[in-house]
Write a protein that binds this ligand. Structure first.
Ligand code: LLP
Length: 421
């Protein structure tokens, strides 16, 4: 996929059928461009895989990967449920008209206001992370005469093979109940007249390409579930194993299909009738997105390195600085020209760590060329910042070659909206 990108008659890279050079001209750069068809295809593939192995299963889109109203609409249209992690995400989802009963509310420190907001809006499921939240929610539910459906998040003590900053299932983690506490929490929840304990949840990490991690997680969680069920003498119907399926950032990275992912889970679960939930974010949206930049300055250090700078950087993609992430890129205006220059792509922030790609071969590169960086659909826009007061990019969704703007570019005036003098 990363290696066989599409090119039109003009020799320009196309994305979702649209000429990326034209998109850059029309909407400016940096620009996030999402191939809506790829997103839809990947979501459908996930749902098919789920139905094949777990007929009662459900796929939940993890909104933190990329969140905006247009995306909520697509998620809704495709029949996916939605995972939100903050009052902000919940607010945008509700504003978009997404049905609250299909929302799963995550987070390790939900405030009272956020819990109230969830109860007021009849959010479908609240994934309770800890004692503080369990107690707060029980009190609030009583006060408000509600009985929310809840899951308990558990840290199952699994170290997924991924970057340490995105490992979340290990015992030493800020997320979830320890195994022992989960048992006590389940007892408390199952006895409460104001809580409806429906499921257990875990998420062991992100960008995981080792399928065995998912099998082990499924096995460990089903054992924990059985133990809790015995203790509370009650069946727990639903099991949510989170997201985490890795994607391809470089052409040589392996592709792992949703079928392989769900199959790996099925190897760890004996009951195929279980109401399994999974929460993919990155898989659904990551590879559907690219970012377009305009090339600016160049610095050649003879015998050492050539830096080429673009008009964005760690503000629109902090993943290189944060996780040492690797990206693949081409020159969108001449992707098929012979690659002659070894360069490193820098951002425009006042920080040496502001790099997008170290050491990549590209055709002869000149100011004004358009660079397309692949696999930026997940955790780029959603993690963008205004560092150095760079306005955040616009985002375009393309379907059948037709672009539409779903997030407009920030303006300098926007930078003053909350600035009071
Ligand atoms: N469910 C829960 C509870 C999660 O915490 C996450 C991701 C997901 C689902 C979705 O995981 P995915 O399928 O996207 O791997 N900013 C980091 C990733 C942080 C992931 C946080 N949680 C990055 O850029 O790599």
């Amino acid at each position: 996929m990363l290696a066989n990108f599409a090119v039109n008659k003009k020799g320009h890279l196309t994305w979702g059928g649209a000429d990326t050079v034209e998109l850059a001209k029309e909407y400016g750069t940096p620009l996030y461009v999402i191939d809506e068809d790829m997103l839809r295809q990947r979501a459908t593939d996930f749902q098919k895989a789920m139905k094949k192995y777990f007929p009662q299963g459900e796929v939940i889109y993890a909104g933190k990967a990329l969140f905006c109203q247009a995306l909520c609409d697509i998620v809704n249209e495709l029949g996916l449920s939605l995972d939100v992690v903050s009052g902000g995400e919940l607010y945008v989802a509700l504003k978009s008209g997404y049905p609250p009963e299909k929302i799963y509310f995550h987070g390790n420190n939900k405030s009272l206001d956020e819990l109230k907001m969830a109860l007021n809006n009849n959010v479908g499921t609240i994934v309770v992370d800890n004692w503080f939240e369990l107690n707060n929610l029980e009190e609030l539910a009583k006060e408000m005469q509600k009985k929310p459906r809840i899951y308990l998040r558990i840290a199952p003590g699994i170290e997924a093979h991924t970057h340490v900053h995105i490992q979340t299932g290990q015992e030493d983690s800020k997320f979830g109940f320890t195994k022992d506490d989960a048992l006590l929490a389940a007892k408390k929840a199952s006895l409460s007249p104001n809580l409806d304990l429906k499921g257990l949840h875990c998420h062991v990490g992100s960008q995981i390409v080792n399928l065995e991690s998912f099998t082990i997680t499924a096995k460990v969680m089903s054992e924990i579930k059985a133990k809790i069920e015995r203790e509370i003498s009650k069946e727990i119907e639903e099991l949510d194993l989170g997201g985490g399926l890795g994607i391809q950032y470089l052409p040589e990275d392996p592709y792992i299909s949703p079928d392989e992912f769900v199959k790996a889970i099925s190897l760890g679960l004996t009951d195929s009738n279980i109401k399994l939930r999974v929460e993919p974010g990155r898989y659904l949206i990551g590879q559907a997105g690219i970012t377009l930049y305009t090339i600016g300055s160049k610095k050649e250090i003879p015998g050492l390195r050539t830096y080429v700078a673009v008009d964005g950087g760690m503000t629109d993609n902090p993943r290189v600085a944060l996780y040492d992430a690797k990206y693949h890129a081409v020159l969108a205006n001449k992707p098929q020209k012979e690659k002659t220059d070894l360069v490193s792509i820098a951002g425009k922030c006042c920080e040496s760590g502001d790099m997008l790609v170290w050491d990549i071969m590209l055709p002869h590169i000149e100011p004004g060329d358009i660079l397309a960086v692949f696999s930026t659909g997940a955790y780029n826009y959603s993690m963008a910042s205004n560092y150095n007061l760079l306005p955040r990019p616009a985002m375009i969704f393309v379907r059948d070659g037709i672009p539409r703007m779903v997030v407009r570019r920030e303006t300098y005036e926007d930078l003053l909206l909350r600035d009071i003098k």
